[in-house]
Design a binder for this molecule. Structure first.
Ligand code: TRP
Length: 329
């Protein structure tokens, strides 16, 4: 069975874009692949979170993953910092990662531009830690968005380099993974682009009904269609895309027809959309809240995940240490 691995940074809550673009597929993938889902809390340190926030952020993401349907029995769900084999492999890989190639990474160059006061070595070697995350379980497939493609390319490079350097076939080359149909890209509510954490245009799984109503009612629209059957500008198309994933077909068709006949009232569409998002969100929100209260359960899940992840990771690190030439006395 092929191994799939996915990581998420422990900053920010899950939004509808994360859910429909990824997590919903993860739930199905659990039945067909050997899945590893982990929360990248070491990676989050590049932005220096406050100690009192670090654990809470991890806890929130864990509860949200579980509420969305990830199953700790079927998959290995764990916290990165519970697996000391990952930093060990990271250290070993760092010896064969070159400053030049790390400096040329788009995400690193972007950070230099956006946070010139905090260009730390962790940022520079971010792709090495990510490579360690992936190859420590000999993962074959990694579901990543466009923004992570270069990091995955680097992981492939480091895996190949290791194999080549020691003339071994230790690591498979991990490839990007699209499960099922075309990935649904969920747009933001600000008229362009995709829903993202940093953009502040998202609806979160944890958002309360009144927050959802407010966000949807504020979404960007225009003055309305002037010709029958005219194509929809991006901001309008975005609302329809959201409707497609949360509303019934009939509802979607109804508003689509109204648009095509130039009879649409965006206020009505938004009201309906908000209610349908709420209908979709509510059970998940309640589950997140319940799960967050259940410390005992969260502890059990994290411990089980750590145990399974370490079992897999320590096998790889043992093999790697032998290949490199470490021997115990
Ligand atoms: N860099 C990823 C992100 O920002 C998170 C991540 C860390 C990751 N390690 C990973 C993703 C390993 C996939 C595999 O979204």
């Amino acid at each position: 069975m092929e191994t799939v691995l996915s990581g998420i940074r422990s900053t920010g809550n899950l939004h509808l874009g994360n859910y429909f673009g990824a997590v919903k597929n993860f739930v199905k993938m659990q039945n067909e692949y050997n899945c590893f889902f982990f929360i990248a809390d070491y990676h989050s340190l590049t932005t220096h979170p406050k100690p009192e926030d670090l654990h809470n952020n991890v806890k929130k993401v864990l509860a949200e993953y579980l509420a969305a349907g990830l199953d700790p029995e079927k998959s290995t769900i764990y916290i990165q910092s519970d697996v000391p084999e990952i930093p060990e492999l990271y250290l070993l890989l760092n010896m064969n990662a070159y400053i030049g190639e790390l400096e040329r990474t788009t995400t690193f160059k972007e950070k230099i531009r956006t946070q010139p006061d905090n260009v730390n070595a962790g940022l520079l070697t971010y792709p090495v830690l990510m490579a360690a995350d992936i190859i420590i379980h000999k993962a074959n497939k990694v579901p990543v968005g466009k923004d992570q493609e270069q990091n995955l390319e680097m992981a492939r490079k480091f895996a190949k380099r290791f194999n080549h350097m020691y003339n071994v076939d230790c690591f498979p080359e991990p490839s990007a993974f699209n499960f099922g149909k075309q990935l649904v890209k969920i747009p933001g509510l600000d008229g362009s682009g995709k829903m993202g954490k940093s953009e502040g245009n998202g609806i979160y799984l944890i958002d309360e009904p009144k927050v959802i109503r407010k966000k949807v009612m504020k979404a960007k629209t225009d003055s309305g269609p002037t010709q029958e059957n005219q194509s929809k500008p991006e901001a309008i198309e975005n609302l329809f895309t959201l409707m497609k994933v949360v509303s019934t077909n009939d509802t979607y068709e109804y508003f689509d027809e109204k648009y095509n006949k130039c009879e649409i009232r965006y206020g009505d569409l938004k009201k309906q959309l908000a209610e349908d998002i709420i209908k979709f969100n509510t059970p998940m929100r309640e589950k997140i809240i319940d799960t967050l209260k259940n410390e005992e359960y969260l502890r059990k899940v994290a411990n089980l995940g750590a145990q399974k992840a370490r079992e897999s990771a320590s096998k790889t690190v043992k093999e790697v240490r032998e290949i490199i030439g470490f021997k115990s006395f």
